[in-house]
Write a protein that binds this ligand. Sequence first.
Ligand SMILES: [Zn+2]
Length: 125
Amino acid sequence: MSYETECKKCHAKVIVTEHPMGVPGGQDKEQGYCPACGELVAEFMSDGFIRTALAPSKMRELKYTICRDRHGHPLVMLNSPLGNGQEIVPDSLRRLAAALVVIAGEAEAKDMGNGYMPASKSTEF
Ligand SMILES: [Zn+2]
């Protein structure tokens, strides 16, 4: 049995796979944890064990907030975890870098004067 779920904490797409042992009467409550942040993502009765993996080909969401410091300079708060032991293929890493460059430009272009409002956004990479 295998299905995809989303981590409630870091929103990573996680594939949960049950590996049954086929042992009669060996049902126990087993847990599966998010490979990115360690949050519990699956818990059910099984006679085997639960494995979790990050869904490989999915675009990942990067959430961020553009705000400003007390001198009125732009700041970007990244609201999605980057890294945390997560494995990233070089292509995804390049897309992440490109997304970060775009965010930096967006922050600098933002009006930090009278029209200032903190803005929460997200992008996919
Ligand atoms: Zn997670």
